[in-house]
Design a protein around this ligand. Structure first.
Ligand SMILES: [Zn+2]
Ligand SMILES: [Zn+2]
Length: 265
């Protein structure tokens, strides 16, 4: 499988997962134009896409969805609750109804040769999910927009070959920053976003001998910076109660608006 972040951060998210015969995007939270430019940069084309999987209806995950779905007729997969929210709020504009496909958390489905398992995450949206992909005995997963994690999340992220997890904010930067009180509370809540510290702890629970690459994503523009996220996550991994040290792995930041290095597992 090829695995790559096209854009990641509070201003827009779009992740690519593909094989020689199937390719999908997880979210299309940047403009359609930027998605197409990002695909071009990684030598892929929008015409090749077999599906766009949506994690939830927040704008940083769906900004380019309507344009892409209309222009290329790409099937859209998401939970029933997210699809309902997309239809009610109509943020994506008119989209052919037949393009929508409902998926059920904890039930595998297939797009070509990719087997995909959606699983629930705790976030303030209608029915948010994260996705795990499996093909040819290899597994990758994308888990962002979660306020907390538990055994269920950890269980869904076991035995991965590569992962992108959220490392949204530094708690101190958020607390002393300029965000209004209600927004700080929202982000810090169990239905908000994972801090750098929590990302490091979660990573400590899912690292395994197969893991080839880790991307930290969905960084806040206001309440985080790359070096801090990386240092905090690495410190948590190394000091945590697990068998590994951070330097045993390739851990890097998924950039806000440029494609990451292609990870091939
Ligand atoms: Zn969100
Ligand atoms: Zn988001």
């Amino acid at each position: 499988m090829d695995f790559c972040s096209i854009a990641s951060g509070s201003s827009g998210n779009c992740i690519f997962v593909g094989t020689d015969h199937a390719s999908v995007l997880i979210d299309a939270g940047i403009s359609g134009k930027k998605v197409i430019a990002g695909l071009n940069e990684i030598d892929r084309a929008p015409e090749e896409l077999d599906a766009i999987l949506i994690t939830h209806e927040h704008s940083d995950h769906i900004k380019g969805l309507g344009v892409l779905a209309r222009k290329y007729g790409i099937p859209i997969y998401s939970s029933a609750g997210t699809i309902r929210a997309l239809r009610q709020q109509q943020p994506v504009g008119p989209v052919d109804e037949t393009l929508f496909h409902e998926v059920t958390p904890d039930q595998w489905f297939s797009v070509g040769e990719l087997d995909i398992r959606p699983f629930r995450v705790s976030h303030d949206a209608a029915e948010p999910v994260a996705y795990r992909f499996c093909c040819g005995g290899k597994s990758v997963a994308v888990a962002t927009d979660l306020g907390c994690y538990d055994d269920y999340i950890v269980g869904n992220l076991q035995d991965l070959d590569a992962v992108l997890i959220e490392s949204n904010h530094d708690k101190n930067m958020l607390q002393v920053g300029t965000y209004p009180y209600y927004l700080k509370q929202r982000i810090l809540s169990s239905r908000g976003h994972l801090s750098n510290e929590h990302a490091g702890r979660l990573l400590g629970e899912i690292l395994n001998d197969r893991m080839q690459a880790v991307m930290l994503g969905h960084l806040s523009k206001e309440n985080n910076y790359e070096a801090l996220a990386l240092a905090t996550v690495c410190a948590e991994v190394t000091m945590g109660e697990n068998a590994y040290k951070a330097e045993d792995f390739e851990i890097r930041i998924a950039k806000r608006d440029e494609p990451s290095r292609m990870i091939c597992v």
